[in-house]
Write a protein that binds this ligand. Structure first.
Ligand code: TRP
Ligand code: SF4
Length: 331
């Protein structure tokens, strides 16, 4: 007996820098878990990387190779999931073009992330057709595989709502070709950087995935804790401390309770607390580093896996595009 097809999940990441613990616990661990009962497509959104920085393209491919290595090192299984490169499947571009014909400008201009990114990156010229069209290309990425669900962070939910609107409009005009993908909101662990803000490469407060034990230790020992806790004798509040958030990810319940109680009573100091965290974090980082290095030493093997994934993704994308062209009476 063949088992029923598993629901399709699609998600992508832009290859714009080394992945850090924020990516690992905010997205990748969820991707890993989804493999158990979904048919997963995970890709490098290299074309999307161009939308906010068309001028610097030389880092995209090297970053992409590292990103695939990180995916595998984090536990994404190339035997079970398909990983591929967006630009290697040209059907993304074809569907993007067709969806562009039916997407009203107003929907794109109203997108909250469009406004927000333009404000945050005000030093860059973002009055660009490609940047405005970000959610259209993203829609193509998703529905090309007829995804039932998309694991995204809270910041991408508005994009997905747009995707659903575009799907409804397409299906309304040309017939029911696409399912409406649901957002799978990650119950993402919160990861705070070494300066107390959200962990982000652009803040320079990140701990990289598989960073060697030595520098992981240095960053943790130097990290900001509860800013109100100036002296060893001051009572602390773990709820405002990034170290406690990492304990919740890495340490067992008993240790978390120990931190919670003794931070509030000043029973332990931050140094004790950090050392306790490192007992779990260091070996984890070390194991990740070893897996990454083993993979980086075999670039040919990783390349082959990506090629296989590209071919698999392409086959599915081509099948969908045949239906699209037929529905639109273009074939
Ligand atoms: N927008 C996503 C990000 O910035 C990347 C992305 C591109 C994506 N296409 C997608 C995510 C399709 C999910 C599905 O992280
Ligand atoms: Fe943070 Fe731990 Fe210090 Fe409390 S004891 S402030 S949780 S590092």
């Amino acid at each position: 007996m063949t088992s029923p097809p598993r629901p399709v999940v699609v998600s992508g990441m832009r290859p714009t820098g080394r992945l850090h613990l924020g990516h690992l616990h905010g997205a990748l661990m969820n991707w890993v878990r989804l493999q158990a009962d979904h048919d997963c497509y995970y890709f490098s959104a290299d074309w999307h990387a161009l939308t906010t920085n068309y001028a610097q393209t030389d880092a995209i491919k090297p970053m992409e190779r590292e990103m695939f290595v990180d995916f595998i090192a984090a536990g994404i299984d190339p035997q079970r999931s398909t990983f591929f490169v967006q630009s290697a499947v040209k059907e993304h571009a074809e569907l993007n073009l067709l969806l562009g014909m039916i997407t009203p400008l107003g929907w794109l201009e109203r997108s909250p992330s469009y406004k927000e990114v333009r404000e945050n990156l005000s030093d860059r010229d973002l009055a660009l057709y490609g940047f405005l069209g970000y959610p259209v290309l993203m829609t193509a990425d998703i529905i090309l595989y007829k995804a039932a669900a998309v694991p995204v962070g809270a910041d991408q939910v508005a994009h997905l709502e747009l995707t659903r609107e575009i799907v409804r409009k397409f299906n309304g005009h040309y017939g029911e070709v696409f399912p409406e993908p649901r957002p799978l909101l990650t119950t993402a662990a919160k990861v705070i950087g070494t300066d107390g803000r959200k962990m982000s490469k652009s803040y320079g407060n990140a701990i990289d995935l598989g960073e060697p034990a030595e520098s992981t230790r240095k960053k943790i020992m130097g990290a900001v804790t509860d800013p109100q806790r100036q002296r060893r004798t001051d009572k602390g509040n773990p709820d405002v401390c990034g170290i406690f958030y990492l304990h919740k990810i890495y340490s067992d319940a008993g240790t978390c309770a120990w931190v919670d109680t003794n931070c509030r009573s000043a029973g332990i100091g931050c140094v004790d607390c950090k050392k306790k965290l490192l007992e779990r974090l260091e070996p984890d980082q070390e194991a990740m580093r070893a897996r990454r290095e083993a993979l980086l030493a075999r670039p040919q093997d990783v390349e082959e896996l990506v090629q296989l994934g590209n071919a698999k993704a392409r086959a599915r994308a081509q099948a969908t595009m045949e239906q699209v062209r037929a529905a639109m009476k273009l074939a």
